[in-house]
Design a protein around this ligand. Structure first.
Ligand SMILES: Cc1ncc(COP(=O)(O)O)c(C=O)c1O
Length: 395
């Protein structure tokens, strides 16, 4: 069965991914099963998407209820699930207005447009430059790619959107050096994900916020991977006491349905995108919004943020012990349930493949980082099981 599906996929799908030789069939809790019945402990959560794992009590039921009612309306009409999801997202972020999208990439596009429009309203188009970070990742569309700080992702598609400059993450002077009279915004991930799991230094993030305040620049924080509880707060910036002007989120926001959002503070909401400036046919349809709304309810009812906070020291200490024991681990870094082990002396892909054989799903980040972004509902026992399996790959 596995082989039939894999062969058919290679003959059918555009080859933009080198997939692992596994055909996943179903999920249960924090485990996945392939079509041959092999069980995997999931420490990747579909790249930080399935925060509640698979079939979390109450989630499927809410989706099924919405399927029976109404899937789609377009954005020409009101519907209650969008309002409910929006209210809950604003309550969690203490921000002012939300626009729902179909993906993280689209949330980035909207955020960039809102930032440019804010500057346009203020200066009539003389300020348009955006400062992004080296090693950042914001998506694959032409706009999101333009602010993604990895040259090999960008180069084949240039020229991209103009007016983007790159600075070094966690280096305030490097950001300062890129500011000109044309700058309108700074975009960064609060914890860099794809680039290799680098949390922002508190002094750096506070410094960028101060710079943005002084020069009336829009601060966009990309919380697509690090948001929705992954660091123990709804959004990682809440751990720093620094507020963005625009935040992007997606991934765990819907726990598996395709939904993202960009969220604006009052200043940006009042003076950026207006009717006719932006739109989407599917974005925030009743189905995905019912999922978002239920995700927030389940987070609250089941104290998911508290759980992540409580268990983080256990996860960190388990990984630190591995790093002490195995010389092929150069370093552990991360925040909450977004952790990376820097692998030296062997390709990280080898460890990922070996883990898969052992029944553990992990992924890589950057060129040499083993990334662990498990469902937020893992227990100590799952962490023990993960370390046991990972040890077999590191020996
Ligand atoms: C920080 C960050 N921003 C943006 C994106 C793009 O999101 P999506 O793949 O949902 O379009 C990702 C995806 O990995 C991400 O990690």
């Amino acid at each position: 069965m596995n082989k039939i599906v894999m062969d058919a996929a290679e003959e059918t799908l555009l080859h933009t991914y080198n997939r692992f030789p596994v055909v996943l069939d179903k999920g249960d809790g924090v485990y996945l099963y392939d079509t041959e019945g092999k069980k995997y402990l999931d420490f990747a959560a579909g790249i930080a998407v399935c925060g509640l794992g698979y079939h979390y009590p109450g989630y499927d039921e809410a989706l099924k209820e919405q399927v029976d009612k109404l899937l789609h309306t377009s954005n020409l009409y009101y519907h209650a699930p969008m309002v409910e999801a929006g209210k809950k997202l604003l309550s969690a972020s203490k921000m002012s207005r939300v626009f729902f999208t179909n993906s993280g990439t689209e949330a980035i596009e909207g955020a960039l447009k809102a930032a440019r429009k804010y500057a346009y309203e203020k200066t009539g188009g003389s300020r348009y430059e955006i400062i992004a970070m080296n090693q950042s990742f914001h998506g694959r569309s032409m706009g999101a790619l333009s602010v993604t700080g990895t040259a090999h992702y960008r180069e084949p598609f240039e020229p991209l959107v103009g007016g983007v400059k790159f600075a070094d993450f966690n280096d305030l002077d490097s950001v300062k050096a890129q500011i000109t009279e044309k700058t309108c915004a700074v975009i960064l991930e609060t914890v860099q994900g794809e680039g290799g799991i680098y949390p922002a230094d508190p002094a750096f993030l506070k410094g960028v916020r101060k710079l943005c305040d002084e020069k009336d620049l829009v601060l966009i924080l990309d919380e697509i991977q690090c948001g929705m509880g992954r660091t123990g707060s709804y959004f990682a910036w809440q751990e720093y006491g620094v507020e963005p002007d625009i935040m992007t989120c997606a991934k765990a926001l819907g726990n598996g349905v395709p939904v993202g959002a960009f969220v604006l503070n009052e200043k940006l909401a009042k003076s950026s995108l207006a009717p006719g400036d932006h739109g989407t046919t599917y974005g925030g349809n009743p189905f995905v919004c019912a999922a978002v709304s239920k995700v927030f309810d389940l987070f609250e009812e089941n104290h998911i943020l508290e759980h992540v906070k409580e268990l983080t020291p256990y996860l960190e200490s388990a990984l630190d012990k591995l790093a002490e024991k195995y010389s092929c681990i150069a370093e552990r870094r991360g925040k909450g349930f977004m952790q990376g082990l820097v692998i030296k002396d062997r390709p990280v892909g080898e460890v990922v493949s070996k883990a898969l054989e052992e029944g553990l799903i992990v992924i890589s980040a950057g060129s040499d980082v083993l990334r662990l972004v498990p469902p937020l509902v893992i227990t100590r026992e799952h962490i023990d099981e993960m370390t046991e399996k990972l040890e077999k790959c590191l020996q």
